[in-house]
Write a protein that binds this ligand. Sequence first.
Ligand code: SF4
Length: 353
Amino acid sequence: MNISTKNKPASISNQEFLLGKSLTQLTDWVQQQGQPAYRGKQLHQWLYQKGARSLLEISVFPKQWRESMANFPIGRSTIDYRSIAPDRTRKYLLRLQDGLTIETVGIPTDKRLTVCVSSQVGCPMACDFCATGKGGYTRNLQASEIVDQVLTVQEDFGQRVSNVVFMGMGEPLINLEQVVTTVHSLNQDVGIGQRNLTISTVGLPGKIRQLAQHQLQVTFAVSLHASNQKLREQLIPSANHYPLEQLLEECREYVTITSRRITFEYILLAGVNDLPEHAEELARHLRGFQTHVNLIPYNPIQEAHYQRPSQQRITQFTQILKQRKIAVSVRYSRGLEADAACGQLRTSLNEMR
Ligand code: SF4
C-alpha cells in the first residue's frame, strides 16, 4: 500500500535520529550533506534492512565521509537485559540514547513473530491492575525509538517481524503524532502491512476521533475492562473524565469514518468484573456494534491484589456474550513466566529480574 508521508517533516535536523525517516527524507538529508541522491537509498537499506547502528558501518559510503559522520545519531538502543519464557517469548530491557529504559516483548509462534512495543517511558494512565501504571511516567517515545524496538527484536530472533502491537508501556493516543509516524515507517520502511499493526488504547476524550482522521488501515483495539462507568473509574482512574457512553460514541464515529471494525479488550479480574451481570451489561452496550471482544484473563503482578478468574467463570462470561451474538475470543497472554505478558511491563532492571 502506498502511504503518504505528509505526517512526516519535509527534512530532518541534526538533532533528530535517522531511524523512522522515509526514503525521501533520507535522500534530502544526504543531499544536504553534499552527497549524491542515490546515497539516500543506500542509507535507507542499511538502516532498515541491514540494521546499521552507526554511519561508520555503512561500507558503501566514502570512507572519509562516514568517518566524519561516525557519531551522527541513528537512534538505536542497546539491550540491557533479556529474559526468555518457556514459551519462547522474549522480554527486553532496552536502554535509550538518554539513558532511560523501556521494555519490549517478542512473541514467536510457528508462522509469526509479533513485537509488543512501548510508546512511552512509563505511563500516566495509572490503571489499577497494571505494573507499568504503578511505575509512573517519564516521557513520550520518538518514532525512531519505537521503530528501533521492532528492529531490535527482529535482529535478536534472526527472523522477520510479521506483526506489531502497541500494547507495551504507555498510552499510544497520548503520543498520537509519533505513533502515526511509526505506523507509516513500519509500513513503508520496514515493510510490515498496516493490517498487521494494532494500536490499543484505554481511551482519551477526542483522541479516537483524531486517530480516525488519519484513515490508517491498522487494527484498532479499545480497552474497556469494565461494563459500567463506576467500575471503569475504579480500574482506570483517567476514565472519570471520559464517560463510557462518550467513549462508545467516539468508537461508533471511528467505525463510520474508517469503515473498520473495532476490537474491545476486556481484562477479566476475579470477582471484580467477571460476573454474569457484567457480561450481560457489556453485551447491552455493544449491541449493534461491528466488533470483536477479546477477553484477557488477568496476569497477576506483585503490585496489585487482583486474581485471575477460574476457567468456569471465563467460560460462563464467554457463553453469555456468544448468546447475545457478540463475536468473542479468549486471549491468554504469552510470556507470563518472564513477566512479559499484558500489564506486566516495567522500566527497571531490578523489577525485571
Ligand atoms: S494498562 Fe496501558 S494505559 Fe493502563 S497504565 Fe498500563 S500501560 Fe498505561
